[in-house]
Structure formats: structure tokens, C-alpha cells
Design a protein around this ligand. Structure first.
Ligand code: TYD
Length: 216
């Protein structure tokens, strides 16, 4: 359990899973419950990390550069935004975090999972909170839906970035990566069946959070 008074909630899923509107709904629910909320995203969330995001999404690079860049952005985001917010007792709602790196760079690109684990430990360590403390989400809402449904939702939405333009087979691998992370961390993951009406998905998200007693 985290020694910080805040709550760290992340949102994951393949492109087209439809997480954005649900993040905003949950934001409103936490505000209504009287909490201070920081709404943020990865890669990004700070001026430096947003610059790294633009490179990450649009410039060609080798897999190690890609992994280092996303973890560099994450480090800045943790130090500048996430840790201070959690120390204040805020709720941090973050659109993607390290599970996305394991799913996209690891499962999708086939990048070495051992190296990703090393970077995860290095970047997310918070020695001030304990010699072995690694910052991880308190809850990860995983929007799970078949890759073909996600592809239909994405089609024609806008000009795709380097990830959105990948073939469906890539997203099948990414989805497998998320499933493995969920199996590895069953207590922190809440799987949401996202192949249903938007309101039903919203209700499932709300229930997953309320079940932990965080919206009282
Ligand atoms: P996304 O949340 O889809 O942003 P938007 O809604 O603006 O499209 O995230 C951008 C992309 O970055 C998405 O395709 C997944 C990818 N990504 C990674 O490949 N690795 C990571 O570690 C993160 C955080 C994101």
C-alpha cells in the first residue's frame, strides 16, 4: 500500500478503447466527492514531457530510444507532478502509465521486458518513501475490447500517429501485453468490458472505483 495520502489511478487500453470520456466522468465524480484532482497523461503532463511526447509519437527511432524517451518523460512527470500531488492528498487521474510501455514497447514492439523492468524500478523508485519503494498506481482501469471493434472506432477519426497507424495484428499483441500485466497485478487492475454501450462502461468504471470506497 502506498505511504502517500493521495490516490493514483491510471487508465489503459489499446487505441480506440474509448477511455477519454470516462476519465472526464470520473474526474467530475471525484470533484463531486470533494476531492482535489489532477488530470494528466503519459507521455506528457509537464512542459518537458509534452515535448518528448511529440517526438515519441511522430519521429522514427530505434526501440531502445523509444523506451528511454518514454521513461524519461515519466521521470519528469513523476518528479514534477505526480509525487507532489500524491503527497498533498490529491487524486491523480493519469491517461496511461507504465503498463502502456509493457504493452506497446514490450508486447507490441517485442522490446526486452527485462530492460523495461529495470527502467521501471529505476524511474519509479522514491527513496524518500522507503529504500525499496517503487511508485505504482493504486488502481488501473483497463478498457478491454476486441481489436476489430477498436479499429472500427479509430477508422477515420483523425490523422493517425506512429502507434495508431499500426496494423490490427500489432494491437492484438498490445492487448495480449495488457492481459499479461493484469494477470501479474490482479489486485490493482480493474478490467472493464468496453464492448458495450458507453453508459454501461461508465457505470462499470464508477463501480470499480466506488467498490474501493474512494467515492464516498
Ligand atoms: P493516447 O492515450 O492514445 O493519446 P491520444 O488519446 O491523444 O491518442 O497515447 C498516445 C500513444 O502513445 C498511444 O498510441 C500509446 C502510446 N504509448 C506507448 O507506446 N508507450 C507508453 O508508455 C505510453 C504511455 C503511450
Amino acid at each position: 500500500m502506498s505511504p502517500s495520502p493521495g490516490l493514483f489511478i491510471t487508465f489503459e487500453g489499446i487505441d480506440g478503447a474509448g477511455k477519454t470520456s470516462h476519465i472526464h466522468r470520473l474526474h467530475q465524480a471525484f470533484l463531486a466527492a470533494g476531492r482535489q484532482v489532477v488530470l494528466t497523461r503519459e507521455p506528457g503532463g509537464t512542459p518537458l514531457a509534452e515535448k518528448l511526447r511529440a517526438l515519441f509519437l511522430h519521429d522514427a527511432m530505434d526501440p531502445l530510444t523509444e523506451a528511454l524517451l518514454v521513461f524519461a518523460a515519466r521521470r519528469d512527470h513523476l518528479v514534477q507532478v505526480i509525487e507532489p500531488a500524491l503527497a498533498r492528498g490529491d487524486v491523480v487521474l493519469c491517461d496511461r502509465f507504465t503498463d502502456a510501455t509493457f504493452a506497446y514497447q514490450g508486447a507490441g514492439r517485442g522490446f526486452d521486458l527485462g530492460v523495461l523492468s529495470q527502467l521501471e524500478r529505476m524511474v519509479q523508485a522514491q527513496p524518500a518513501l522507503g529504500p525499496d519503494f517503487i511508485r505504482n498506481p493504486d488502481l488501473t482501469i483497463w478498457f478491454d475490447l476486441p481489436t476489430e471493434v477498436a479499429a472500427e472506432r479509430l477508422a477515420g477519426a483523425r490523422v493517425p500517429d506512429r502507434f495508431e497507424s499500426q496494423p490490427q495484428a500489432f494491437f492484438a499483441q498490445v492487448a495480449g501485453g495488457y492481459a499479461r500485466r493484469a494477470a501479474e497485478y490482479p489486485q490493482r487492475f480493474a478490467r472493464i468490458d468496453s464492448n458495450q454501450a458507453k453508459d454501461a462502461v461508465g457505470q462499470a468504471v464508477h463501480d470499480a472505483v466506488a467498490a474501493r470506497g474512494w467515492l464516498a
